[in-house]
Design a protein around this ligand. Structure first.
Ligand SMILES: [Mg+2]
Length: 380
């Protein structure tokens, strides 16, 4: 073991942040407006280096920021503070057992451990995960504004920025609204890769007929049309339309992915670090999907650039995720991000950082500005 990895983690600091956003967004599962809340974790090693991680939560989907804060501070911290960095995988295993669910909190821990290890070792996180399979990742931006004129203006901006993929959030304001938006987007942006995400918004009575109408507009895929637990219905809908069906809320971790494969509910999966409970478990989800001949997409929650970095580093090292990513919030949705430099997007693609750790640090001044609560803990 090198001396650097023998050093202990001597501080474990948390921020519960509320970050203003630029517009309201409606999804099948719920609404986001005014601000999004995340929890940020900072680990400090004996040499003073930091590792950063984010728990990005959505109460109607994965969990709450309050639960993430409690999971990290009360249940996970005792398994981390004071331990040598070399035991990182033991820490994540202990954290997984210490508190049920709370996948975003576990993701924050593994992200911070990989960031810190990478900074100490002088290697990017993607190198720690096995090396780079894709240095740039095509970006998809979601359209979910109840004011469609505002989304049309966003699409013009995206075209100017070189973004070639959008995901239309559907199943909220009526089927006619969804079809009208698809028709307009298809008419005005012929070459745009349009995907549709229902966020569980359809019921069993209408889902098949609505998906057939939507399929006529040739979306790249249709994501999670019905409730997460409705595996049998997902399977029937998959048989009803030619367009690939992607599972999101139905599949959190590798265990769900195995069941999704066995029950043939989807043609692909939205892989998220926050759902899986970490980068390596997210890679496992993608690996299982690939082994079953399914596609994978790099999804996210309502994240800052810090959460995006964890996802981008994971996808960079994961050949099986071939449908791009949706790390757009830092640039297109938050009024202000928390990274010290802009999250890197160029010509419609996320450019994965090549520096040590996550590659970009957090700006501590912004944490203080957006903090609702701060918890500072040092090793005895
Ligand atoms: Mg989704």
């Amino acid at each position: 073991m090198t001396a650097d990895l023998a050093q202990r983690i001597v501080a474990f600091d948390l921020w519960h942040l509320a970050l203003p956003v630029v517009s309201r967004r409606d999804h099948g599962i719920g609404r986001v407006e005014a601000e999004v809340e995340v929890v940020v974790l900072r680990l400090t090693a004996e040499d003073g280096r930091h590792g950063w991680g984010e728990a990005a939560c959505w109460s109607v989907f994965t969990g709450s920021p309050e639960a993430s804060l409690a999971a990290l501070d009360r249940y996970i911290r005792p398994h981390v503070l004071g331990r040598p960095l070399a035991e990182a995988a033991g820490m994540t295993a202990d954290a997984a057992r210490a508190v049920a669910h709370c996948t975003e909190a576990k993701a924050a821990l593994e992200t911070a451990l990989l960031d810190l290890t990478g900074r100490v070792a002088g290697l990017p996180v993607w190198a720690l995960l096995g090396g780079c399979a894709q240095a740039e990742i095509p970006l998809s931006v979601s359209l979910a504004d109840p004011d469609f004129a505002a989304d049309l203006a966003l699409v013009e901006r995206l075209a100017a920025d070189g973004v070639g993929i959008v995901k239309l959030k559907a199943g909220v304001a009526g089927h006619r609204f969804d079809l009208d938006r698809l028709e307009r987007l298809r008419r005005d942006h012929e070459s745009l890769d349009i995907r549709v995400d229902y966020n569980q918004g359809l019921g069993p009575e209408t889902a098949a007929a609505r998906l057939r109408d939507v399929a006529a507009f040739r979306p790249g895929f249709i994501e999670q049309p019905v409730a997460a637990a409705q595996f049998a219905l997902m399977r029937r809908l998959r048989a009803a339309v030619e367009v690939p069906i992607i599972a999101d809320e139905s599949v959190f971790g590798p265990e769900d992915m195995l069941r999704a494969v066995e029950e043939e509910i989807c043609d692909g999966v939205s892989v998220k670090v926050m759902k899986a409970g970490g980068l390596r478990r997210a890679q496992a989800v993608a690996g299982i999907a690939a082994a079953a001949g399914l596609t994978a997409y790099g999804g996210d929650m309502f994240e800052t650039g810090l959460g995006h970095l964890a996802g981008a580093q994971m996808i960079a090292a994961t050949h099986a995720i071939g449908l791009g990513c949706e790390f757009y919030q830092a640039r297109y949705y938050l009024a202000e991000d928390i990274l010290a430099e802009p999250f890197p997007i160029r010509e419609g693609r996320v450019v994965v950082p090549r520096g040590p750790g996550l590659g970009i640090a957090v700006d501590p001044d912004r944490l203080d500005r957006f903090a609702r609560q701060t918890l500072t803990r040092e090793a005895a």
